[in-house]
Design a protein around this ligand. Structure first.
Ligand code: PGA
Length: 251
């Protein structure tokens, strides 16, 4: 199955980085018949430069967030229509930083997920437990609950177009990656939750990404796990060399 590698730049980057990153990605994916789909999520102002740099190469354009309203007096926000105008293909929803720093609830994640699907942008639904939740044995129930709310009311075809990213909060930006076994085990739990919403075949076709301190060294072993279909990469997606190596690990 094709792997999906998404780079989340968060509030970092520059026009120069867009240019060098796209060149670097193109040189990797050109060498192969691409069994890896790559998506870059820069800050909003760079979506246009990114689109231009990509040209007709097979690289997806990702956003980091979207507002639930279609337009209007929402200073500082970005609508789904604006994302569509820049040919955005994917959009992160419910990243743990959005949840913890900007108060995003499971309910809001569900609304954004549905809105994006209605406008044919793939939502990348981020779920994950805190260290406290893991240490008290609540990691599986936390993630299952986050996912169940996010998927509420989705049809099978909507589910098929959705991506799930498992990002344990304690592994994000900390240099502490979940072990391959810990990550894969949670991906299996997520797959089972998807089966409650769809047939096993359809649940199998939904991409489940791992995120949290993915780097050029650990990407290969993570991507070899049975239920890890790709990676959501933060810090290492800002370094063209490292990000290219992560893409290569999925080829
Ligand atoms: P990280 O971030 O790779 O820097 O841990 C991942 C993410 O927040 O998506």
């Amino acid at each position: 199955m094709t792997k999906l590698i998404i780079g989340n730049w968060k509030m970092n980057g520059s026009q120069a980085l867009v240019a060098s990153m796209v060149e670097s990605i193109k040189s990797v994916i050109n060498q192969t018949s691409s069994s890896v789909q790559v998506v870059v999520c820069p800050p909003f102002p760079y979506l246009g430069v990114l689109k231009q740099a990509i040209g007709d190469a097979n690289i997806g354009i990702g956003a980091q967030n979207v507002h639930t309203q279609l337009s209007g007096a929402f200073t500082g926000e970005i609508s789904v229509g604006i994302l569509k105008d820049w040919q955005t293909t994917h959009c992160l929803v419910g990243h743990s930083e959005r949840r913890s720093l900007f108060g995003e609830t499971d309910q809001l994640v569900q609304e954004k997920t549905k809105l994006l699907l209605d406008h044919e942008i793939k939502p990348v639904i981020c779920v994950g437990e805190t260290l406290e939740q893991r240490e008290s044995g609540q990691h599986e129930s936390t993630v299952t609950q986050q996912l169940k709310v996010a998927l509420k009311g989705l049809s099978s075809s909507e589910l098929e177009r959705s991506v799930v990213a498992y990002e344990p909060v304690w592994a994000i930006g900390t240099g502490k990656t979940a072990s391959e076994e810990q990550a894969n085990q949670m991906h299996i739990v997520i797959r089972k939750t998807l089966e409650e919403h769809a047939t096993p075949d359809l649940a199998k076709s939904v991409m489940i990404l791992y995120g949290g301190s993915v780097n050029a060294k650990n990407a290969g072993s993570l991507l070899q796990q049975s239920d890890i279909d790709g990676c959501l990469v933060g810090g290492a997606s800002l370094k063209p060399e490292d990000f290219s190596q992560i893409i290569q690990a999925g080829l």
